[in-house]
Design a protein. Sequence first.
Length: 395
Amino acid sequence: MYAIIDTFDAPIGQVDGACPPPIARVAVLGSGAWGTALAVALRRSGARVALWTRRADLAHAIQTQNRNPRHLPGIDLPAGLRADTDMAKALCDADCVIIAVPCAALRQVARRAAGLLGRHRVPVLAACKGIEHGTGALMTEVLREELGRGTPVGSLGGPSFAHEVAQGLPTVLTLAMPALNAASPDARLARDFARKLHRQLAPAGIGLELTDDAVGAQVGGALKNMIAIACGMATARGLGENARAAIVTRGLDDMRRLTVALGGRVETLLSSCGAGDLFLTCSSEQSRNTRLGLRLGRNQAAGDTEELAEGVASSVSVRVLEQRLGLRLHVARAVRDVLMQHVTPERALERLIHAAPADQTKMTIAQALTSAPKTAHETGTLRPAAQRQPCLHAQ
């Protein structure tokens, strides 16, 4: 099975009239930059959006000034975006819930939401990237544990700076839901929800990829933050672009091995939630993780960036998985050692760049061709265009 099982025919900014109606009401839990940006995109495309925040002053600013001065300064929020400090009100009659809080807060927020949703089983998506501290759980695993198996859960992520999404600039995200698997009893419902979400996001400039591989999608999103920190350190030390490329290569290998060990598919890492997100985060100083790496590489205090960069928490949290699975993730170790001041940035980077590959697996050309997934043309399963679903095309 391919990692990305579907994309949508309609170009970004347009929708196919044959698709199901969009999602009417969405609750976004979390008023940080990313949560607010998603709320803005959904509201601008016509959804009724309730944005939950813990802070009364922020709710007031959003309601009265159409601004989020703390997290999205300079961005005009659309009229009608409702902000509330009462989670019960935000969740009332929601057709979809998106949780966009730091990873460390996801379980608490999901547990509270579960109590308020009760038997109202609507799709709940985690829009945060990382690994839970202490348990090593991925975000969808946290949602499953807190919301129960009756609730469709998934993750929504990819290369997406919040201010660009809020401005309506083109973005492609990956929606990962285990229920999208054709063998799932909820596959039809999951596909229908995915089409509706696409219809809601497309006018706001957001395209969607679909996958049932929630493991691969989330491993890519979690580990790319650590890789960006390491790249930032290399830039600060003046090691050059070649060194940064070596770090990214090591990081990709870490992603591959952890994905396989957790039962995910390597191909998923080639999609927006993997390679796309990695490229964006490691190549721009707009990334909090890259900026943190720059500070660490200059032997400066992490400052406020440390609190915000998910790569810090994930580099420590992933240690649980390393021990459980018998893995050594080179980039996570390098970042962790610098954060804990076990080694200098120079020493950590030298060790990382010159580290031997974790495995020496070799594959001949014949083996590669034999193991490669066959295309629809090779298997004879490619359907004529007239037989395809109006909104989806197989990859």
